[in-house]
Design a protein around this ligand. Structure first.
Ligand code: URA
Length: 190
């Protein structure tokens, strides 16, 4: 994993010379039974240099609670490792969705990362990591809670926790999906 981080750092330092882009690496167990793949770090994540802290960290704890998955079984990372930002009309720095180009640049690193983590299940959170791995035809509204296959591993797409916060109508489906994931892992672990 250290070599992968060094390679990633060197690649992006060269690509974005002079730009302040902080890479937020994945963290957790290696190898792990479950790899969670989010979209990209937000403000808190870039500040602390860790994925899914701050507001998103709370949803992560909820995820663990609902699924019954132990934190120690988990590795957590993002499809894009720096915080994509833009200037708002008011002149503030705000998050934006990562571009296709950015997602594509990180994909070979994400694949190496997942090969090292060697999870039983890759859980994608939202459209960005789902499409990065399963292809652009995949749509979270249809794929969530369904077992897919990706490069010989089980892939289980979930809604992004932020989407569930903004759109409360998604919550029952999200909770059901998370519970079913936990049940499937317990079943497989027997
Ligand atoms: N949202 C994500 O997708 N990833 C993070 O690390 C934080 C928020």
């Amino acid at each position: 994993m250290e070599k992968l981080r060094r390679d990633m750092t060197a690649f992006f330092q060269k690509l974005y010379v002079g730009e302040q882009k902080i890479l937020v690496f994945g963290e957790g167990r290696v190898p792990a039974r479950v790899a969670l793949v989010g979209e990209a770090p937000g403000e808190q994540e870039a500040l602390l240099g860790r994925p899914f802290v701050g507001k998103a960290g709370k949803t992560l704890d909820e995820f663990l609670g609902l699924s019954g998955i132990d934190r120690g079984e988990l590795y957590i990372t993002n499809a894009v490792k720096f915080r994509p930002v833009k200037l708002s009309s008011a002149g503030n720095t705000v998050n934006r969705a990562p571009s296709q180009e950015e997602i594509g640049l990180f994909l070979p690193f994400l694949k190496r990362e997942l090969a090292l983590v060697a999870p039983e299940v890759v859980v994608t959170l939202g459209n960005v990591p789902l499409r990065a791995l399963a292809g652009k035809q995949a749509v979270i509204g249809e794929a969530h809670g369904r077992w897919l296959e990706w490069e010989g591993r089980r892939l289980y797409p979930l809604y992004h926790p932020a989407a569930v916060i903004y759109n409360r109508a998604l919550r029952p489906a999200y909770e059901e999906d998370v519970r079913r994931l936990g049940a499937a892992l317990r079943e497989a672990g027997r």
